[in-house]
Design a protein around this ligand. Structure first.
Ligand code: DX5
Ligand code: ZN
Length: 234
């Protein structure tokens, strides 16, 4: 890579760590502070042992931001929620392959509803599920923690897996395939984002790192600038 290039970096604060009593204000603050997307964690107390937010909340925050809403579905089953989230203003919808009986169909369904589609890989889930569906993925999301909770510690083996995912994406692109974003989710902080980027990620979810900063657009801007600055210093 030309060292003068600024690499593509997308920061996606996870509102799981936001103040839910002031959610509209919180998402406006992260957009004003330079967030590229809102990461929206949906948990169902079935696929994961926690219960969070659904399409009604997505619809409620939609008018507060212009940046994309990146819906991470940790639910089982998946398909029935796709039209509801598309209608509620989601732009990206990702799901865990273990939670869908028909992965190819679910990916297509997401695109048919006008959203970017993506698969999410848990720490122990191998990437070979991608073998026959790369052309249907706009996003590959690697979990760097086990899904269910914010504030967990980054699992280091994700770095090796990111390199493998990056190699798959680069080969796909070289063969004329569509653009695919590589997102990492869990335990991303200022002290590890550089090596995560070096391993191949271009899109970074950061929940507790962003929302533990002073809760105004100035505090959020500072932490997001610090995250970006680490990446630029490669
Ligand atoms: C975990 C969620 C993550 C989480 C990230 O299941 O998918 O998006 O909120 O939070 P941090 O950045 O605190 O690990
Ligand atoms: Zn997430």
């Amino acid at each position: 890579m030309n060292t003068t290039d600024t690499p593509t970096i997308r920061i996606a604060p996870s509102i799981l760590s936001a103040d839910f009593s002031r959610l509209g204000e919180e998402v406006r603050a992260i957009e004003a502070a330079g967030a590229d997307m809102v990461h929206f964690d949906v948990m169902d107390n079935h696929y994961v042992p926690n219960l969070t937010i659904g399409p009604l909340v997505c619809e409620a925050i939609r008018p507060h931001v212009t940046i994309p809403i990146d819906v991470h579905l940790m639910v089982e089953p998946v398909d029935a929620l796709i039209p509801l989230f598309a209608k509620a203003g989601a732009n990206i919808i990702t799901f865990h392959p273990e939670a869908s009986r028909h992965i190819d169909r679910t990916l297509s369904l997401i695109r048919e509803h006008g959203c970017r589609a993506g698969l999410v890989f848990n720490p122990a889930t191998p990437l070979d599920l991608l073998d026959y569906v790369m052309d249907k993925c706009d996003m590959i999301l690697l979990m760097s923690v086990n899904p269910g909770f914010g504030g967990q510690k980054f699992i280091p083996s994700t770095l090796t897996k990111l390199k493998a995912a990056r190699a798959r994406i680069d080969a796909h692109r070289a063969a004329g395939g569509q653009e695919i974003w590589l997102e990492v989710d869990g335990g991303v902080k200022t002290d590890n984002i550089a090596e995560i980027q070096r391993a191949g990620a271009d899109t970074f979810v950061a929940g507790s790192a962003v929302f533990s900063a002073p809760d105004d657009d100035k505090g959020y801007r500072t932490i997001m600038q610090q995250l970006r600055a680490q990446c630029r210093s490669l």
